[in-house]
Design a protein around this ligand. Structure first.
Ligand SMILES: [Zn+2]
Length: 371
């Protein structure tokens, strides 16, 4: 007998989110002054998984690693494919090499989908992340002759017919929006490049580069509990939005939003508001939260206080690319962005005193001014 069930009664395949904390074990990933990429990735992924399990009861979470151990790139793909993942999220931290003059100031988040890189920067990120395969003895054989360091090798990703690309880009856009608003990261956009883990997972897949570990302020933010919670909350919100859209498209009844507003979401997930860094010129990415960590101390140069908010673009900020603005008591206070050590702080102080003779250095520990 042929049984025909109406769509609504048909057993739904569970929605499976595969969380991939990049690197691990003897592979630390990129390294900052104190923090290691592998620990940041895992810290954010574990928080994110917990939030999904707590708030989205019809979503199953699968991890490619839950501790500090090594998994090959192909093993990560196998775990995702065996679990019949609906969405693959690989979490990483960015960096640029020591010769790069922007090393200590570059910042911001980018979310990658599979595709052929359009810039040398994007290719460099893919090369670095794919190079993990070279830690395996027989990588050439295992990865079908793919050479992570050879630019020519990357042509295979252009030929790779990716039927999930539209959904991957849609999700990546949501992740970027949330990293900008919820985690106050500068938005470096949705990008494309050839990552092995995105090419070999048969599902919508993205790779998130949370921020740059070579920038001391970004490092401090990612090393801190509150920073990781904000990053996890941001990706959680993106998953929630994406899942809702997915349910509507598959005809599933969508429940009321458990957490409807940003404020409620913050309460639910425990994230707090961060002060913002403004770009004085009002150009590209303008908002980035200064770092905070119990173990990382940073410095800022406070150069101006005002009873009224000084508008962005005011001539008072001329010559200053970026500054931190916060409201304390009845005053608005303006300082430089975070500086890693006292020497850099003194150097910045000397520069700022030319225009603001009363500027002084403040010490920031755990996101709070301590002097
Ligand atoms: Zn990485």
């Amino acid at each position: 007998m042929l049984l025909v069930l109406p769509v609504g009664i048909m057993a739904q395949e569970p929605f499976v989110v595969v969380l991939d904390a990049g690197h691990g074990g003897h592979d630390p990933g990129t390294i900052g002054n104190k923090a290691k990429e592998k620990d940041i990735n895992l810290g954010v992924v574990l928080k994110l998984g917990e939030m999904i399990e707590k708030n989205l009861s019809d979503v199953k979470v699968v991890y490619t690693r839950k501790g500090d151990y090594f998994k090959t790139l192909q093993e990560r793909c196998d775990i995702a494919n065996d679990a019949k993942g609906s969405l693959f999220i690989s979490v990483h931290v960015n960096s640029v090499d020591r010769k790069n003059r922007r090393r200590s100031t570059i910042h911001g988040a980018a979310t990658y989908t599979l595709g052929l890189h359009r810039s040398a920067d994007n290719l460099a990120v893919a090369k670095r992340e794919n190079a993990v395969m070279m830690l395996e003895d027989d990588y050439s054989e295992r990865y079908c002759g793919f050479d992570p360091n050879s630019t020519e090798s990357y042509i295979i990703f252009e030929l790779n017919q990716n039927k999930h690309l539209d959904q991957s880009i849609e999700f990546a856009g949501k992740v970027q929006k949330e990293l900008r608003t919820t985690a106050s990261r500068a938005d470096n956009g949705v990008r494309q490049a050839g990552f092995w883990v995105l090419a070999k997972t048969g599902m919508p897949a993205v790779l998130v580069e949370l921020d740059f570990i070579c920038n001391p302020a970004s490092e401090a933010f990612m090393a801190s509990e509150s920073g990781r919670r904000k990053l996890a909350t941001a990706i959680y919100n993106a998953v929630d939005d994406y899942k809702r859209a997915y349910d509507i498209s598959t005809g599933k009844k969508v429940p009321e939003k458990k957490v409807s507003s940003k404020k409620q979401r913050r309460q639910e997930t425990g994230a707090e508001e961060a002060p913002s860094v403004e770009s004085a010129t009002g150009g590209s990415p303008s908002v980035v939260s200064p770092g905070s960590a119990s173990s990382v101390r940073t410095y800022r140069v406070q150069f101006m206080t005002s009873p009224r908010k000084v508008p962005k673009g005011s001539s008072k900020f001329r010559g200053i690319d970026e500054y931190v603005e916060y409201h304390e008591g009845s005053m608005w206070k303006y300082s430089s962005t975070d500086l890693a050590d006292m020497r850099s702080a003194r150097r910045r102080l000397a520069e700022l005193r030319k225009k603001f003779p009363d500027a002084f250095i403040i010490t920031i520990v755990d996101g709070q001014r301590v002097n």
